[in-house]
Design a protein around this ligand. Structure first.
Ligand SMILES: NC(=O)c1ccc[n+]([C@@H]2O[C@H](COP(=O)([O-])OP(=O)(O)OC[C@H]3O[C@@H](n4cnc5c(N)ncnc54)[C@H](O)[C@@H]3O)[C@@H](O)[C@H]2O)c1
Length: 257
C-alpha cells in the first residue's frame, strides 16, 4: 500500500489519479480549494481517501498539507503536484502584472512549493516519487495562453533541474504533459461551463488525430506510471500524453514523409 498526495485532486486529472490509487489499495490525501467537490469525491472513494483544503499558492498551507498527510496517512510515497487552471488569457499587451503574477503563482510557484515540501520529507527516507502535471504547452509554444505556456515551460525546466539534485538521495521527479484532455478545465474553456464534460469531449474528439479525445484517466495512468517503482530509472523526464494530437503535422505544419 502506498501513501499518496494529489493536489488539485477534487476534479479532473487529479480526481482520476486519486480514484485509481484508491482502487489499487492505496491511501490518498486529496488536496484542493474546491471543498464541496473534494469532500464529495472522498465520500465516494471510501475510507482510504481523505480530503484537506490546501491552496497550493500558499507556502503555509502546502507545508501544513504535507505534514497532515504524513501524520494522518503515513510516510508519503508519491506526491502529485497537479493543481492548476488556465490562468489569464488574451493578448500579452493587455496582460496586467497582477494577472501574470497570479497565474505564475498558481501554475509554477505552487509546483515549487509542493516539490520542496515533498523533498523535505522524502529525502531523509531515501525514497519517494514526485510527478508534476505540466502540459504540451510546457513543451512547445503556440498551443495555449501566453502565461500558461511560460509557467508550464517553467515546470518542465524545474523538473529536469531538480531531478539531477535529488537522484543521489534516491528520489525521482518527472512531469506528465497532457494535450487537451477532458476535464473541468477544458469544459470551462470550450463551453463556458466547467461541468459540461460532454462539450469538452465532443470538441476534443473533433480535433483529435485519432478521433478520440484524451481523458483524465489516460493522463492519470501515465502519471501513475511515473510515480510507480516500475519506472525506477525514469527521472527528470516529461512524458507527453496527447494521442499524437500535437505533433507538428497535425497542426498544418510541413510533414516530410
Ligand atoms: N485538461 C487539460 O486539457 C490539461 C492539459 C494540459 C495540462 N493540464 C493540467 O492538468 C492539471 C489538472 O487540470 P484538469 O484539467 O484536471 O483541471 P480541473 O479544473 O478539472 O482540475 C483542477 C483542480 O485543481 C484545483 N485547483 C485550482 N486552483 C487551486 C489552488 N490554488 N489550490 C489547490 N487546488 C486548486 C481545482 O479546484 C480543481 O479541482 C492542471 O495543472 C492543468 O494545467 C490539463
Amino acid at each position: 500500500m502506498s501513501v499518496v498526495l494529489v493536489t488539485g485532486g477534487a476534479r479532473g486529472i487529479g480526481a482520476a489519479i486519486a480514484s485509481r490509487h484508491v482502487a489499487a489499495g492505496d491511501c490518498v490525501l486529496v488536496a484542493d480549494v474546491d471543498d464541496a467537490a473534494g469532500e464529495r469525491l472522498v465520500l465516494e472513494l471510501g475510507p482510504r481517501a481523505h480530503y484537506a483544503r490546501c491552496d497550493v499558492t500558499s507556502e503555509d498551507e502546502v507545508r501544513a498539507c504535507v505534514a497532515h498527510a504524513e501524520q494522518h496517512l503515513g510516510p508519503l510515497d508519491v506526491v502529485y503536484a497537479n493543481a492548476g487552471a488556465a490562468g489569464v488569457t488574451g493578448r500579452l499587451e493587455s496582460t496586467s502584472l497582477q494577472d501574470w503574477r497570479q497565474t505564475v503563482d498558481l501554475l509554477l510557484t505552487s509546483v515549487f512549493l509542493t516539490v520542496r515540501e515533498a523533498i523535505a520529507v522524502m529525502r531523509p527516507r531515501g525514497r519517494g516519487a514526485i510527478v508534476c502535471t505540466a502540459s504540451v504547452a510546457g513543451v512547445r509554444g503556440g498551443l495555449g495562453p501566453h502565461v500558461y505556456t511560460a509557467a508550464k515551460h517553467g515546470v518542465v525546466g524545474l523538473v529536469e533541474s531538480v531531478a539531477v539534485e535529488v537522484a543521489r538521495y534516491g528520489l525521482r521527479i518527472n512531469a506528465v504533459a497532457p494535450g487537451g484532455a477532458v476535464s473541468s478545465l477544458t469544459a470551462g474553456l470550450m463551453s463556458g461551463d466547467g461541468d459540461d464534460l460532454q462539450a469538452a469531449y465532443d470538441r476534443l474528439a473533433a480535433t483529435s488525430a485519432s478521433g478520440v479525445p484524451t481523458t483524465a484517466d489516460d493522463v492519470a495512468d501515465a502519471a501513475m506510471f511515473l510515480g510507480d517503482p516500475r519506472s525506477s530509472r525514469i527521472n527528470g523526464t516529461c512524458l507527453v500524453v496527447d494521442g499524437a494530437d500535437y505533433v507538428p503535422s497535425q497542426r498544418g505544419l510541413p510533414y516530410y514523409s
